[in-house]
Design a protein around this ligand. Structure first.
Ligand SMILES: NC(=O)c1ccc[n+]([C@@H]2O[C@H](COP(=O)([O-])OP(=O)(O)OC[C@H]3O[C@@H](n4cnc5c(N)ncnc54)[C@H](O)[C@@H]3O)[C@@H](O)[C@H]2O)c1
Length: 255
């Protein structure tokens, strides 16, 4: 099996690369930082590629590298992501806002677009690393929450059309995870003895979700508990003339 991991050069992505490689995957490590990608690729016996996921060309390059090196692609893990660094007060800093959407959201959309033909041939799948911030009000970082909520919405909306092409797609939604991503917040959380996930906790959940058979799911990850499939409420879409409720459901068959 061949896996391509964006953001594979550090933090959660690197842990995912290590776990997948240990369990028999050939791994393509894609990262904006070419040295980090090389380092992880060397550790896991995989292949490194420098790619900016915010750029469609970077996504095309990383998929081409997977196909050139290993001939197929079974699993796309979208782990590249950044803090927005946009404070929760209007108005937004336009440059930071665009960059956050570019990496966290465009990176998911463009990554799936680039990989879909190969995933389709392999009967493959996508796992997107969203965040717990997608599922609740992350008041300290609304722009980050916006990107991650959009990722979960996209995964859910795309799952039925992708199922029709034989491709599964799911999201994992980790809480605070002990990586450089947390910056100063990490120190504050540790000081307050707030438990953190390890990058390998998230990697284990990605692997478990990939080994399952669901699609369109979002899995909440918090320290000390097993991954939990998040139950979204049904969406009421109005009342018929006879008083019965209309509920939004996927309208395409999964087969
Ligand atoms: N650490 C947390 O608390 C936490 C919690 C929930 C979700 N997440 C999400 O998990 C994912 C991984 O986060 P992390 O904690 O490992 O962060 P990290 O900063 O430790 O690692 C992120 C990696 O992504 C790479 N990257 C950044 N921008 C990129 C780009 N444009 N193209 C390609 N690679 C790029 C970085 O070089 C780095 O190697 C992110 O999507 C993040 O939003 C993190």
């Amino acid at each position: 099996m061949v896996a391509l991991v964006t953001g594979g050069g550090g933090g959660i992505g690197a842990a995912i690369c290590a776990r997948l490689a240990a369990n028999g995957h050939a791994v393509v490590v894609a990262d904006l930082d070419p040295d980090a990608a090389e380092r992880v690729a060397k550790e896991v016996g995989g292949t490194a590629v420098r790619a900016d996921v915010a750029d469609p060309a970077g996504n095309a390059d990383m998929v081409a590298r997977a196909l050139d090196t290993y001939g197929s692609l079974d699993l796309l893990v979208l782990a590249a992501g950044i803090q927005s660094d946009v404070p929760p007060d209007p108005g937004v800093d336009l440059v930071r806002y665009r960059r956050a959407l570019g990496v966290n959201l465009d990176g998911v959309v463009f990554g799936i677009d680039a990989a879909l033909p190969a995933l389709r041939s392999a009967g493959g799948q996508v796992v997107a690393v969203a965040s717990l911030a997608a599922l609740g009000p992350e008041q300290a970082n609304p722009v980050y929450a916006l990107t991650k909520a959009a990722v979960v919405g996209y995964v859910r909306a795309l799952s039925t059309p992708l199922a029709a092409r034989g491709v599964r797609i799911n999201a994992v939604c980790p809480g605070f995870t002990d990586t450089p991503f947390l910056g100063i917040t990490g120190r504050l959380l540790r000081k307050q003895k707030i438990p953190l996930l390890s990058p390998d906790d998230v990697a284990a959940a990605v692997e478990a979700v990939a080994a399952g058979d669901g699609t369109g799911e979002a899995w909440a990850l918090v320290p000390g508990r097993p991954p939990a499939r998040y139950e979204f409420p049904e969406v009421p879409a109005g009342l018929r003339a006879d008083g019965t409720e209309v509920v939004l459901k996927p309208f395409l068959s999964a087969k």
